[in-house]
Design a protein around this ligand. Structure first.
Ligand code: ADP
Ligand code: MG
Length: 248
């Protein structure tokens, strides 16, 4: 595990090394006669440092795929290699380890209402053994400064705007410098300007940290931050149809 500020964390280039590699992935919900296929033969490679946007209609399987890539749902059929490890058939332990290396940002910020902005960010550092001897308060504050909330460090979520709460969620996801950030419609609840701000902050921090982002969105106004756009329809991935995604 890399420590903070090690030079490798500042690699700004996209490499040819896949940090996410999905092959012939199928996924089903339900059992017996209620069994319904949600993902069909997904094939996808995402390289280190890439920012990929996934778009497509509601119900097409985007969240299902994202949660599988993040080890939040186990894979049934096919191959799912994340950060060099096959996670189909992975043990609970392996999945827990994997989850610590991934930053998650959801549509609803999911902040703890009884913790301040700083405490929310700090909580994600506390999951990492190697962080315990670092100044976690200082790291949390500097990440909040990086998302423009240096003057809101001790605020509780109820006293922050929607955009500010989502920026705390970004700080929380990025403070431990994860290799991969998975974001599911992070701007859905935000007005146009806050949405734009939020993704630009994600983009900037990700490029600085050399991390890979997969972001699901319906928001056409943010597609330009992507290195690549992929499109999901009826559980199938149609890659590199940027034109189609934009007109959708
Ligand atoms: P999207 O994120 O693109 O809107 P989802 O991945 O949430 O789509 O859903 C894809 C399909 O899988 C939908 O038909 C949805 O109803 C179904 N689905 C999602 N989650 C579950 C679940 N936990 N149980 C059963 N069906 C589900
Ligand atoms: Mg969804």
């Amino acid at each position: 595990m890399q420590t903070l500020n090690s030079p490798a964390n500042f690699d700004k280039t996209i490499t040819n090394q896949a940090v996410i590699s999905v092959k012939n992935l199928n996924h089903y919900f339900g059992k017996g006669s209620l069994k319904k296929q949600a993902l069909f033969d997904i094939n996808l490679d995402i390289n280190s440092g890439e920012i990929v946007i996934m778009t497509g209609p509601s119900g097409s399987g985007k969240t299902t795929l994202l949660t599988m890539l993040g080890g939040l749902r186990s894979a049934q059929e096919g191959s799912l290699n994340i950060l060099g490890e096959e996670i189909r058939g992975a043990s609970k332990n392996q999945l827990t380890k994997l989850r610590k290396q991934i930053g998650y940002i959801f549509q609803a910020h999911n902040l703890m209402t009884f913790l301040t902005a700083k405490q929310n960010v700090r909580m994600s550092l506390e999951l990492h053994k190697e962080m315990l001897n670092q100044n976690m308060d200082a790291l949390s504050i500097s990440m909040l400064e990086a998302v423009g909330l240096g003057d809101r460090v001790n605020y509780y979520p109820e006293n922050l705007s929607g955009g500010q709460k989502q920026r705390v969620a970004i700080a929380r996801a990025l403070v431990s410098r994860p290799k991969i950030v998975l974001a599911d419609e992070p701007t859905a609840a935000l007005d146009k300007q806050s949405g734009r701000d939020v993704v630009e902050i994600m983009q900037k921090l990700a490029k600085e940290q050399g991390c890979t982002i997969l972001l699901v969105t319906h928001d056409n106004r943010i597609l330009d931050i992507a290195d690549r756009i992929i499109y999901m329809e009826d559980g199938r991935l149609v890659t590199n149809l940027a034109d189609r995604a934009i007109s959708h």
